[in-house]
Unconditional design. Structure first.
Length: 90
């Protein structure tokens, strides 16, 4: 599981809190909602943005069938996020 997030999340929650909340939900959407609510409850002083990518494993994070192109979408999403974070507007 890879989560790219803004400081609105990791500025409000400690790493151990994030790990605990990620292990407490049945599906990825619920886990992200739990993270958002916890950050808001901890003060929510900044915007909270998250992008999550889950790779299939022995115990899938999401219910349902993942397509064979999920990994390609994940790589593209990571590349886009890095590009947007690192490239200055002209």
């Amino acid at each position: 599981l890879i989560i790219l997030c803004s400081d609105g999340l990791n500025g409000e929650l400690e790493d151990r809190e994030i790990a605990q909340l990620l292990s407490a939900g049945d599906d990825l959407e619920q886990q992200l909602n739990n993270l958002e609510q916890a950050a808001l409850s901890a003060g929510g002083r900044d915007n909270i943005s998250m992008v999550a990518i889950a790779a299939p494993g022995p115990t899938p994070v999401r219910r349902g069938t993942l397509t064979k192109y999920l990994w390609l979408s994940a790589v593209g999403l990571i590349a886009l996020a890095l590009y947007l974070a690192l490239v200055k507007p002209l």
